[in-house]
Ligand binder design. Structure first.
Ligand SMILES: *Cc1c(COP(=O)(O)O)cnc(C)c1O
Length: 378
């Protein structure tokens, strides 16, 4: 059979996951509550976050974060949030949904994360928050940016879509406790996969309470709580116009199993990543993207920079090795063209970026095969 290696592909423990799903089906409860509450507890225990609400996606979570801070902290339409142009569009859509303006700071081309100096220079009177994206599981510059936010009275939102299980080496803690809100993704190809799901972790209880209500259309009580009491209480109130953003028990079933193996899986990702880094460090036309020394990275992606990127991807695909790009500079997309593309590092690296295959279905031999192919054809 012809080799076919995808850039990202989920791995599921099928029997264990089906057992969780079967419990939902037998109980007759597949919606919000039950497994979603069980997963929230497991996630809090694992990650150390004090608050966590399970959602249908990280995109919903990022929108909720901006929505809740905006309404509770009195931000206005047209106020600014500093963000990165080098991210999945969800990050910046979340700002646009709330009629605020993304202001694109530059990235550090060695790490692809926001450059703290550029963040500092981007602050104006209208700046309300910074959204930091830990790209590929990295946390470079995070602490500096957190300090900048504290000094300038800005809210720090962490787009942690790639960061499930990224931990500080010194205390073993999940990165992000000190943000005002961290949002994780459990989408199908993320490193802690389900089908589609996410979780929002506010530092303040008050915002978590708001998120629970807003993710369920503004309704003040969840159906499961009403159902599990001795009789079914049909009456509820609607306090505001919310969204349909909460998660369900089937997705939580998948998440429960993925989370159980997250540390083990991330360690395996790091092992594969280290093979790439070792093999490719000898190649002078490849620049490797490093993750910070002070973390154990989730290693959601393995990114490199090459000159003839499109050509590289075409030629390596002839060997059945399919690469990706995380990400195209968002300023190239129509909704973001109001922000002219400066010839900054983000614009430049966006043209040279490649993500090599990295996931649980790969063996060490597969990674060596990919490296060999890369070396041979160039
Ligand atoms: C995947 C991703 C999201 C969105 O996650 P979903 O759960 O698919 O909505 C947000 N930000 C980044 C950086 C992502 O990679």
């Amino acid at each position: 059979m012809k080799t076919s290696i995808q850039v990202l592909k989920p791995y599921f423990r099928v029997e264990e996951t089906l057992y969780q799903i079967r419990e939902c089906l037998e109980r007759g409860w597949s919606g919000m509550g039950y497994k979603t509450e069980e997963f929230e507890s497991e996630w809090k225990r694992y990650s150390g976050f004090v608050n966590a609400h399970f959602l249908n996606s990280a995109t919903s979570g990022l929108h909720l974060a901006v929505n809740i801070f905006k309404s509770r902290l009195g931000w206005q339409d047209g106020d600014e949030i500093i963000s990165t142009p080098l991210t999945f569009v969800s990050t910046n859509h979340a700002i646009m949904y709330e009629r605020m303006n993304p202001v694109f700071a530059d990235v550090d081309e060695k790490t692809l994360c926001l450059d703290p100096e550029s963040v500092k220079r981007s602050i104006t009177k209208k700046t309300r928050a910074v959204i930091y994206v830990g790209i590929g599981g990295n946390a470079a510059g995070y602490k500096e940016i957190k300090d900048i936010c504290r000094k300038n009275g800005l809210v720090l939102i962490l787009d942690a879509a790639h960061m499930a299980g990224t931990k500080w080496k010194d205390d073993g803690c999940q990165v992000g406790h000190d943000s005002d809100c961290a949002v994780f993704s459990f989408q199908a190809v993320k490193n802690c996969p389900s089908g589609d799901a996410g979780i929002i972790c506010f530092k303040e209880k008050e915002f978590d309470t708001a998120a629970r209500k807003l993710a369920w259309l503004g309704i003040d009580k969840n159906t499961y709580a009403r159902y599990s009491e001795s009789s079914y209480k049909w009456r509820y109130d609607v306090d505001e116009i919310g969204f349909k953003y909460h998660g369900n028990s089937i997705m939580a079933s998948l998440c429960l199993v993925s989370l159980k193996y997250l540390d083990e899986d991330n360690a395996y990702r790091r092992k594969l990543a280290n093979i790439y880094l070792e093999e490719l460090s000898r190649v002078d036309w490849i620049e490797l993207i490093n993750h910070s020394d002070d973390i154990l990275s989730s290693r959601h992606t393995l990114q490199i920079l090459v000159e003839e990127r499109d050509d590289f991807i075409d030629r390596i695909s002839e060997f059945g090795v399919y690469c990706g790009v995380h990400y195209v500079d968002n300023r190239q997309y129509r909704p973001y063209q109001f922000s002219e593309i400066k010839p900054d590092s983000a614009a430049k690296v966006s043209e040279r970026l490649v993500s090599l295959p990295l996931h649980l279905n790969l063996t060490e031999e597969d990674v060596r095969y990919i490296c060999e192919r890369i070396l041979k054809i160039f």
